[in-house]
Design a protein around this ligand. Structure first.
Ligand code: XLS
Ligand code: NI
Ligand code: NI
Length: 434
């Protein structure tokens, strides 16, 4: 037991609440498109942002004060786990996510790392049982320690590749032991700073082989979860190999891993890649690779990964629209890859950040479900492409050649008549639901 959250009551659904520490929209038992809201959204809390992040920025260090600082001993790792599960019990969300480095210190040697990870896994398991909090996914931190400064799987030094492979094996074992539903690979340093010292063909091949080994090990241990790749264009590397959904798709195909991996798509990473969140989700759904999401909000001006809690209902609604249209989450969920601003010092801020995020997602989900049920967008889209339903159009696409098409254009006197794309009317339509 810690006293960090003393005085904060468990957060409940109460649409008329007078406190801000209540859910006004997130009602776990409410049925949305045939499923409980909790089972549609499958919320997870990110251990790293809520418990490891100390409030630093490039110009200043720690601003937060927590009973589990400094974070370099097993003793404090356990205090941190106590506090984490106290927060999970207060919020009542069904899942959490972690990196190895979040839950225990790395130790001096690989053997010490393994023993720390084992010890903390044993400590966390019973807490999961007691609170009913499940593991959405585990992952390895292959980017903070200086050994990873030139990459993990893509490192020029084979010893770093080896260390990384051994680390991922340990993290997959820990994830499987804790009943994790997915395993995530985010390659923050799988990229380069300058092409002047980089053999990018070799590095991509190393990353491909690494991923094949991960998939092989998943089958070896009978892990039933999904292996998820999380695309991001840059930061910390200047250029990352897993830039966006499209890039990862071609990587997955090139290394023969179709059907073996899916994607964990993050709002902020989509924005950094110059896309919208819904674009990345729709692309992944089109490839059949939509696995899970990291929900957050990127600042539109900053150019770096700001990992803020989501607060824009219309945007979130469009994201869940794509997710629901693709059939909703199976093993995936909504992980809040979001952190407090560095001036938000209090335990209440940490609770409020998540309460607000869950309410925004609940509103977005309900709006998305209502739009899907109404069908207005799909009808408008179908009308827009209706010309392609004609026999002539279908035949042209399937069997046409430039010559045959050219003959038909002359023979049938084809003259395109532009039609309105009706964007404003569709935007107004969305506004009826959000
Ligand atoms: C960083 C990533 C990271 C992953 C997990 O930008 O979003 O938090 O989700 O390694
Ligand atoms: Ni991120
Ligand atoms: Ni993320």
């Amino acid at each position: 037991m810690t006293n960090f959250f003393d005085g904060i009551a468990p957060v409940r659904y109460d649409p008329d609440a007078t406190t801000d520490l209540a859910y006004r929209h997130y009602n776990p038992d409410e049925i949305v498109l045939g499923k409980r809201m909790e089972d549609q959204l499958r919320f997870a809390i990110a251990y790293w942002h809520s418990f490891n992040w100390e409030g630093g920025d490039p110009f200043g260090g720690q601003t937060f004060e927590r009973p589990w600082y400094p974070q370099d001993s097993m003793r404090n790792a356990k205090v941190k786990a106590d506090a984490a599960f106290e927060m999970f019990a207060l919020l009542g969300q069904p899942f959490f996510c972690f990196h190895d480095a979040d839950i225990c210190p790395g130790g001096e040697t690989f053997a010490e790392y393994l023993s720390n990870l084992d010890e903390i896994t044993d400590y966390i398991g019973p807490k999961m049982e007691a609170t009913g909090t499940k593991l959405l996914w585990g992952t390895a931190n292959l980017f903070t320690h200086r050994r990873f400064m030139s990459g993990a799987a893509t490192n020029p030094d084979p010893d770093v590749f080896a260390w990384s492979a051994a680390t991922v094996k340990a993290c997959m074992d820990a994830t499987a032991r804790l009943g994790g539903e997915n395993y995530v690979l985010w390659g923050g340093r799988e990229g380069y700073e300058t092409l002047l010292n980089t053999d990018l063909v070799r590095e991509r091949q190393q990353a491909g082989r690494f991923l094949q080994m991960v998939v092989a090990y998943k089958h070896k241990i009978g892990f039933k979860g999904q292996i998820l790749i999380e695309p991001k264009p840059q930061e910390p590397s200047k250029h990352q190999y897993d830039y966006d959904v499209n890039t990862v798709y071609s990587f997955v195909k090139e290394f023969g891993l179709e059907g073996e991996v899916a994607m964990n798509i993050e709002q902020g990473h989509a924005i950094l890649a110059g896309h919208s969140f819904e674009h990345e989700l729709a692309m992944a759904a089109a490839f059949g690779l939509l696995g899970s999401i990291d929900m957050n909000r990127n600042d539109y001006q900053s150019g770096w990964d700001t990992d803020q809690f989501p607060n824009n209902v219309p945007e979130v609604a469009l994201a869940y629209y794509e997710i629901l249209k693709a059939g909703g989450f199976d093993r995936g969920g909504t992980n809040f890859d979001a952190k407090l601003r560095r001036q938000s010092l209090d335990a209440e801020d940490l609770i409020a950040g998540h309460v607000g995020a869950m309410d925004v997602c609940a509103r977005g989900l309900k709006a998305a479900a209502a739009m899907l049920e109404d069908g207005g967008l799909e009808t408008a889209r179908a009308e827009r492409y209706a010309g392609w339903d004609s026999a002539a159009a279908r035949d042209m696409l399937a069997n046409g050649t430039l010559e045959s098409i050219s003959e038909r254009v002359l023979r049938d006197d084809i003259a395109p008549r532009p039609r309105s794309g009706r964007q404003e009317r569709l935007e107004n339509y969305i506004n009826r639901f959000v």
